[in-house]
Design a protein around this ligand. Structure first.
Ligand SMILES: Nc1ncnc2c1ncn2[C@@H]1O[C@H](COP(=O)(O)OP(=O)(O)O)[C@@H](O)[C@H]1O
Ligand SMILES: Cc1cn([C@H]2C[C@H](O)[C@@H](COP(=O)(O)O)O2)c(=O)[nH]c1=O
Length: 271
C-alpha cells in the first residue's frame, strides 16, 4: 500500500519538476505552491527553498564543505553562517589535534614532520571521519575541510616535500582508499575560499597559534598550489562535488558581503 501511495505521488508530482532536477532516487521540491511547507533560511528578504525528499519521504540533508588554506578565513565564514537557522556548523577538530590524551600531535608534526607526520595525519583522518559520520539533525550541514583535503592536500604535501617516508604514505593511502570505498561521505558543494599565500601568512601571524609559529610562507605556498591543482585546475585528484570559488583576500566587511551575495547558491547546494 505504501508503495502504491508513493507511485501515485510520483505520477502526480513528477511532471512538475524540471528534468534536470531529477536523479534516480532524489526529488527536489521546487513548485511555488509547496512554498508554505518550506523553510526560509535567509536572514535577508530572500527565502531559500532547500528541502529535498528522498524516496522514503525523509528530508535529504545538504552537506557543504568549506575548503581553503590555513588561516584563509574558514572558521570566520562558518561563524557567519552559523547564525542562520537550519544550518549546523562543524568546525575542524583542531583542539583534539592539539591535545589527545595529553599529547599534541599537531605541535609534534610541525617540530619534526618526518617523525610525527604519520601519527598526526592518522589522527586527523580518524577525527575527520568521525565528523563526517556524525548524525545531523539540521537540513544543512556546513563543515570545515574534509577527510579528502586532509589526504589530498596535507598528506600529499608531507610526502611530496620529502618529509613523509614512502611506507607511511602508503599506509595512510591504503587507509584512506578503504574509507572512501566503504563509508558514505556525502557532499553536495565545496566552497573554496581562494586566497593568496601572503594573505594567509598575515592572518596566521595575527592569529598566533603556538604550534604554527614555525610555519614559513613557503609552506602556505605549497598548500595553496595543492588546493589550486585539486579544485581549480583539476590536475591532481577527483573532486567529489561542484566547487564554488569565493575570492577571500578581502577585508572582513567585503567577505561578509560576498557571503550574503552567495548565500542562495550555497544553501541551494543540493538542487
Ligand atoms: N577577511 C578577513 N580579513 C582580515 N582578517 C581575517 C579575515 N577573515 C579572518 N580573519 C582573521 O584571520 C585569522 C584566521 O581566520 P580563521 O577564520 O581562523 O581562518 P581559518 O579557519 O581558515 O584558519 C583570524 O585571526 C581571523 O580573525
Ligand atoms: C586538515 C589538516 C590540517 N592540518 C593543520 C594545518 C593547520 O595548522 C591546522 C588547521 O588549521 P586551519 O586554520 O583550520 O587551517 O591543522 C594538518 O596538519 N593536517 C591536516 O590534514
Amino acid at each position: 500500500m505504501v508503495v502504491n501511495l508513493l507511485k501515485g505521488f510520483c505520477r502526480a508530482v513528477l511532471p512538475l519538476y524540471p528534468r534536470k532536477a531529477l536523479s534516480t532516487n532524489v526529488l527536489v521540491r521546487r513548485t511555488p505552491s509547496l512554498g508554505k511547507h518550506l523553510i526560509g533560511l535567509s536572514r535577508s528578504s530572500t527565502s531559500v527553498n532547500h528541502r529535498k525528499l528522498v524516496r522514503n519521504g525523509e528530508e535529504k540533508k545538504s552537506v557543504i564543505w568549506i575548503e581553503g588554506n590555513i588561516a584563509s578565513g574558514k572558521t570566520t565564514c562558518l561563524e557567519y553562517f552559523s547564525k542562520t537557522s537550519d544550518i549546523e556548523v562543524l568546525t575542524e577538530p583542531v583542539s583534539k589535534w592539539r591535545n589527545v590524551q595529553g599529547c599534541n600531535p599537531l605541535g609534534l608534526m610541525y617540530q619534526d614532520p618526518s617523525r610525527w607526520g604519520l601519527t598526526h595525519q592518522t589522527y586527523v583522518q580518524l577525527t575527520m571521519l568521525d565528523r563526517h559520520v556524525l548524525p545531523t539533525a539540521s537540513p544543512i550541514r556546513m563543515m570545515e575541510r574534509s577527510i579528502y583535503s586532509a589526504k589530498y592536500i596535507f598528506v600529499e604535501n608531507l610526502y611530496k616535500s620529502g618529509k613523509m617516508p614512502e611506507v607511511d604514505f602508503a599506509v595512510l593511502s591504503e587507509w584512506f582508499e578503504w574509507i572512501i570505498k566503504n563509508i558514505a561521505i556525502p557532499v553536495d558543494l565545496i566552497v573554496y575560499l581562494q586566497t593568496s599565500p601572503q594573505t594567509c601568512y598575515k592572518r596566521l601571524k595575527q592569529r598566533c597559534r603556538e604550534e604554527e609559529k614555525v610555519i614559513p610562507l613557503e609552506y602556505l605556498e605549497s598548500i595553496h598550489n595543492l588546493y589550486e591543482d585539486w579544485l581549480i585546475h583539476h590536475k591532481s585528484f577527483e573532486v567529489p562535488a561542484p566547487v564554488l570559488v569565493i575570492p577571500a583576500d578581502h577585508d572582513l566587511k567585503k567577505m561578509l558581503h560576498q557571503y550574503e551575495e552567495n548565500r542562495e547558491k550555497i544553501l541551494m547546494a543540493h538542487c
